[in-house]
Design a protein around this ligand. Structure first.
Ligand code: ATP
Ligand code: MG
Length: 455
């Protein structure tokens, strides 16, 4: 950050006000809920502005995914205005105003807290653990993370207000922290991840001064609450720009603070097949998001942690543990270790382990086992995972093709084909050949491929 911008961040003097006719933020692109909140606050005599990512995205001509409002009303005052309002958060108290599926987040202007006694800010070793000190809009701008995130759209006159040079950064496609970067990361280390994520999402460059402390301060992420890191992972990897986020995290050496095992496994990945698997997994998830199809963290984590499970299972087998037990132990251990960094909710943890546990079962082609695997609730996700792995070896590619083919067959056709010796793939168990005698399961329907593999 240049000395001038530092000075301007520390002492906001004259804000730059861009009147309605000189910017492209239109009420047409602001959600109904956000407009109701802005007008509701204004009509009650409060100051109300759209702020943060929504203003940034609108100025860039992108449709925001959510709308945040900043106001001089306290959370309690906001609650009195809107019946459909609940107060949330302790660390950072907020009002949520709910309109069906839409939630508009309303934050009271935060102050700098210098010498103030009337608020509630708790700082330990430079880290802000609670931030509920109210202030002015200028102070609020300075408490925000990046200059492009500190722009306000004022409902009183539809102007955009820039206290910190955010407009300039938008024009330069630059991501810069407000204030001294090291101090701001000590206050909240998750800002390092936000920098990588927003640069990926917006295709911006992280300003050198903003990126400089990553190496030295990245370790502070170890103390960030693991549940918050899980939320951040979802934003990074499941919002349509996962591959770009991953690339950014790797480039700035932040990945090892979130996924140390993945970084270790990538270091052993001489053939590049793990990297290719991760890239395809993330690109596939991005494509699903772009198509409006659902995505799940389970598939994503199964992809990111796969290399480590393979390495560990191999090591355990090398030490004499039986194959299936080695896999089971490896999966448990990898999940337990990862859980210390990023709190993966249990339901996803089960799904991840199932996706992994089903992988060896794709090598089994006896009629009974094929039908059983296709009926498994996690079949579709595990099959998608198998396809991702098809670059690992010729036999995996053949396996992927075979499983793709069998899903196009009717149950009768599948039964027939499995009864023929030719049905079994090279090197696979010739189950079909030995199983000419049909038992019970004739005509049982294989699981219909589910429309959504990631569900
Ligand atoms: P996205 O478009 O992905 O939602 P965003 O910038 O809107 O990105 P949010 O998490 O929705 O991100 O946060 C809204 C706004 O709140 C930000 O634009 C920023 O002004 C402020 N903010 C969020 N997190 C922090 C933080 N850790 N420190 C300071 N300000 C923050
Ligand atoms: Mg946002």
């Amino acid at each position: 950050m240049s000395p001038e911008s530092n000075a301007s961040a520390a002492t906001p003097t004259v804000p730059r006000v861009i009147p309605r006719e000189r910017h492209n933020v239109s009420r047409k692109h602001i959600s109904r809920g956000a407009l109701k909140v802005l007008y509701g606050l204004k009509d009650a005599g409060f100051r109300a502005c759209l702020v943060g990512g929504a203003v940034r995205d609108l100025l860039l001509g992108r449709q925001p995914k959510d709308f945040d409002v900043a106001t001089d009303a306290t959370p309690e005052q906001v609650k009195k205005i809107f019946r459909n309002c609940r107060l949330i958060g302790r660390r950072f108290r907020l009002a949520h105003v709910v309109f069906g599926p839409e939630i508009v987040e309303v934050a009271t202007f935060r102050g700098t807290g210098d010498g103030e006694e009337d608020g509630d800010r708790h700082v330990v070793d430079g880290r802000i653990l609670r931030d509920n000190v109210w202030g002015t809009i200028e102070e609020d701008a300075l408490r925000r993370d990046f200059r492009v995130n500190a722009l306000y759209y004022d409902i009183a006159d539809f102007s955009v207000i820039d206290f910190v040079g955010g407009i300039e950064d938008l024009e330069q496609k630059d991501l810069r922290l407000i204030g001294d970067p090291a101090t701001r990361y000590r206050e909240d280390p998750v800002r390092m991840l936000r920098a990588a994520r927003l640069a990926a999402k917006l295709d911006f460059t992280i300003d050198p001064a903003t990126a400089a402390p990553f190496r030295e301060l990245g370790h502070l992420l170890a103390d960030a609450p693991s549940a918050r890191l899980f939320d951040e992972c979802q934003k990074m990897f499941l919002a349509g720009y996962g591959l770009a986020s991953f690339t950014m995290l790797a480039r700035y050496d932040l990945l090892r603070h979130l996924f140390p095992g993945t970084v270790r496994a990538l270091a052993h990945d001489a053939s590049g097949s793990l990297e290719a698997l991760i890239e395809r997994g993330l690109a596939g998830t991005d494509a699903r998001v772009a198509d409006g199809r659902p995505v799940t963290p389970a598939f994503l984590f199964a992809v990111l942690l796969w290399g480590e499970v393979v390495d560990l299972a191999g090591r355990l087998q090398g030490e004499g543990t039986a194959q299936s037990l080695a896999w089971q132990r490896a999966a448990h251990r990898v999940m337990a270790e990862q859980g210390k960094r990023v709190a993966i909710p249990r339901r996803f943890g089960f799904a991840i382990e199932e996706i992994w546990a089903l992988q060896p079962r794709f090598a089994e082609r006896s009629r009974k086992r094929v039908f059983r695997l296709m009926a498994h609730p996690r079949f579709r996700a595990a099959y998608d995972f198998l396809l991702l792995r098809s670059g690992e070896s010729d036999s995996l590619r053949e396996s992927g093709e075979w499983w793709t083919h069998v899903q196009t067959l009717t149950p009768e056709q599948l039964s027939e084909s499995l009864a023929r010796p030719a049905a079994s793939g090279a090197g696979e168990k010739p189950g079909g050949a030995r199983r000419r005698r049909r038992r019970g399961g004739r005509g049982r329907k294989p699981a219909a491929p589910q429309p959504d593999s990631q569900a």
